[in-house]
Design a protein around this ligand. Sequence first.
Ligand code: ATP
Ligand code: MG
Length: 288
Amino acid sequence: MNTQTMKENINLTNMKEKSIAEIHAEHKQTIGEPFCDNVKFSTRNVDVFYADNQAIYDVSLDIGKNEVIALIGPSGCGKSTFLRCLNRMNDTIDICKVTGDLELDGTNIYSKNQDPVLLRARVGMVFQKPNPFPKSIYDNVAYGPRIHGLTKNKAELDELVEDSLRKAGLFEEVKDRLNSPGTGLSGGQQQRLCIARTIAVQPEVILMDEPASALDPIATAKIEELISDLSKNYTIVIVTHSMQQAARVSQRTAYFHLGKLIEVGETNQIFTHPRHELTERYITGRFG
Ligand SMILES: Nc1ncnc2c1ncn2[C@@H]1O[C@H](COP(=O)(O)OP(=O)(O)OP(=O)(O)O)[C@@H](O)[C@H]1O
Ligand SMILES: [Mg+2]
């Protein structure tokens, strides 16, 4: 073996020996394209703490109008925490503190003047586990519009409920039992009911935290189809553990690792030519 080859071999060995923890510790700045044109949400230098534990480190990310962006990364990397910053759901956790700049259409969503309830009407959320209210299918969807006074009379409310259920791809399945309890639907139907409930208040952004992880492949396919339809009118931020799902529904993907935003790019690029070693290891399943 000549000296050159020996040197290369030693370098390779050194590279292999670098642990994920070391690469993570060295990582200072998100690579790729965290910023975009036509911005709906702009987040800058976001840190999140749960008491003394920091869960998000200096994350800056733009989310474009009418784009679907997927947040991916290993369990505990802060995907849900970051998602909840976008409609101030973290406010409901006493020990949680969020710092940094978060703007929706150029307005600081953490300013004193911002009513979190009104913010959540503009930025709706769908959770991992469908959580219909213990009310009828109709009342689940009518709940938000009633609170926010979105309709003038019963006929308008009926129309909004039907329209929301149609957009969520559920109307045909439930039109004859609108007065039955929402909790009596199948899991996939309940999730579409929750999406209808979110759409009914006419949000601008929909946050989805693993919306299909509890569903079978058929129900999952319906939700994914729905996400594609909704993306014509809404901005969607989706957390998913399924890389196939991220690839199917999103245009951009953001990869998080232990609270840092490592890499952001076009979804295709992230999955075929990741630029950061941590992203590469994650998408090729070489972790640990
Ligand atoms: N309510 C909470 N109180 C204290 N710590 C929390 C709370 N929620 C999350 N954390 C911590 O913040 C970090 C990020 O958690 P988060 O739930 O955002 O991760 P995640 O990427 O959504 O994980 P998963 O894929 O498992 O859902 C973790 O270390 C977690 O323990
Ligand atoms: Mg989560």
